[in-house]
Ligand binder design. Structure first.
Ligand SMILES: [Fe+2]
Length: 461
């Protein structure tokens, strides 16, 4: 039986931050690079109220943590994303909506309040800031300082939900994405042009209802990994967990023509599980697809039953041969990693560097990261920086400086377990092993979260 004190998502680095703060002129160790003028905004689950001790982090309210850097100075603010669910529970002063693991009916009085959360990613496109969660429609953030948010269904294109991992075409400014939680079980594949006008490209039926957290894009193709972590509302209605690991179903990769949506080829693989795509590109009739994968999941694994679908997560390269249909898969490193990022100007292109949160301490669970790593595809080498202090890192976001791939900085929130405070760690991405060039000290805890992005002041977006 889970208790509040034994649930990892309610303690330590996951413990919710209820204080919404606005802080200026933060103290800094080192020197903030003068090229960094903008905002690092990160989303993550931060439950306002807990329905039960059985809480899972996927269910928490979204919170935006914004670290502003300007002329070598740093400020910080955090705010809840004010979805209808959040506002309803705030008004009631208690949890109204059950979490992912709690099978319970919402009280009749609140049946018409959408239970969506917006806790996974935050992006800007066509002048809009969007908070994303794959089980919800996008939420447009109307005021980043107050967290005011309204659902944005892209002019009706979004039927129900939208991925937290859309892909921006660096050349065209188009944003490609998909929805897999739909009324008829189809996957809707769609695109927004650079001005934000949305178009449904196609809908296709996956082999089974899988958790589809991410997808990949190359210059000519969209690739949808389908892994046998299935979801089922019928199971929920029977009082069973929504997710189930069903390895006998095997894994698939649906390759679609990126522009027309026509299914070009379907590849089959053994049962594996991956949450995040690193990058993908085309090379001599093949698609090279880099992903973080779990390829050693026991056949009898109980998804989410032990707070973990997280066995060993490693960096992998998958080759999909479009001519002969052969799939090859190679583990590139045995290091436990997650939250991959790249220099996103190289999205859909052959690229050299991947940046990852990583775990050196073998005693930590696989979803806790004590270090930051960079993988160099040219030399096939992983380099890892781990500080002497007990710091737990989140996703490293790359900020480009200059035209060359990989020239720039890595930003990541690091939580100090002893002080219960967080720093923004800033690394020179070309000199990761030299340690941070600056640490911005935030006098409160920034809990573990999911994804963020850098919004540069000079950007026209
Ligand atoms: Fe994600």
């Amino acid at each position: 039986m889970m208790t509040a004190s034994s649930n990892p998502f309610l303690n330590g680095v996951f413990k919710a931050q209820h204080n919404e703060a606005t802080l200026s002129d933060l103290s800094v160790t080192g020197v903030i690079p003068p090229e960094l003028n903008g905002r690092f905004v990160r989303n993550g689950p931060n439950p306002q109220f807990i329905w039960s001790d059985n809480y899972h982090m996927y269910s928490g309210d979204g919170m935006l943590h914004t670290l502003s850097l300007r002329n070598g100075k740093a400020g910080y603010m955090n705010c809840y994303i004010r979805t209808p669910r959040f506002l309803c529970e705030r008004e009631q002063g208690r949890a109204v909506f059950p979490g992912m693991r709690d099978i319970a009916l919402v009280e009749a009085e609140f049946e018409n309040v959408p239970s969506f959360t917006a806790n996974t990613n935050v992006i800007e496109h066509a002048g809009r800031m969007l908070a994303l969660n794959e089980g919800s429609p996008p939420f447009a953030i109307m005021d980043a300082a107050k967290g005011d948010a309204v659902p944005d269904r892209f002019g009706g294109i979004i039927r129900q939900t939208f991925t937290a991992h859309p892909k921006l075409s660096p050349k065209s400014g188009e944003l490609y994405g998909f929805s897999y939680i739909t009324p008829d079980g189809l996957v809707d594949y769609s695109v927004l042009d650079s001005s934000g006008r949305a178009r449904l490209i196609t809908s296709f039926r996956p082999p089974y209802a899988a958790l589809m957290h991410d997808f990949a894009m190359t210059q000519n193709y969209a690739v949808f990994p389908v892994y046998p972590l299935t979801w089922s509302m019928e199971r929920v209605q029977r009082g069973e967990p929504i997710f189930q690991w069903e390895p006998e179903l095997g894994s698939y990769y649906y390759v679609l023509n990126r522009l027309s949506g026509e299914i070009v080829k379907i590849f089959r693989d053994d049962a594996i599980l991956g949450m995040h795509v690193v990058n993908a590109y085309e090379k001599r009739g093949r698609i090279v697809l880099d992903m973080v994968l779990m390829d050693d999941i026991p056949a009898d694994a109980q998804a989410f039953a032990d707070d973990s679908i997280s066995y060993l997560n490693t960096l992998n390269r998958i080759s999909l041969n479009l001519e002969n249909g052969v799939l090859l898969r190679d583990r590139l490193s045995d290091l436990n990693v997650e939250f991959p990022r790249i220099d996103e100007r190289w999205t859909t292109e052959p690229y050299r560097y991947a940046y990852l949160a990583s775990t050196l301490n073998p005693h930590l669970p696989g979803f806790i990261f004590d270090s930051i790593s960079r993988y160099d595809h040219l030399w096939g080498r992983m380099e890892t920086f781990r500080p002497d202090e007990a710091v737990l890192f989140g996703e490293p976001v790359f900020v480009p400086v200059g035209a060359q791939e990989g020239n720039g900085y890595l930003l990541s929130y690091g939580y100090d377990q002893n002080k219960d405070t967080s720093d923004l760690w800033i690394f020179n991405a070309m000199a990761l092993m030299q340690g941070p060039v600056a640490r911005v000290h935030i006098p409160h805890r920034v809990p573990y979260g999911f994804h963020g992005n850098w919004f540069d002041d000079s950007s026209s977006r």
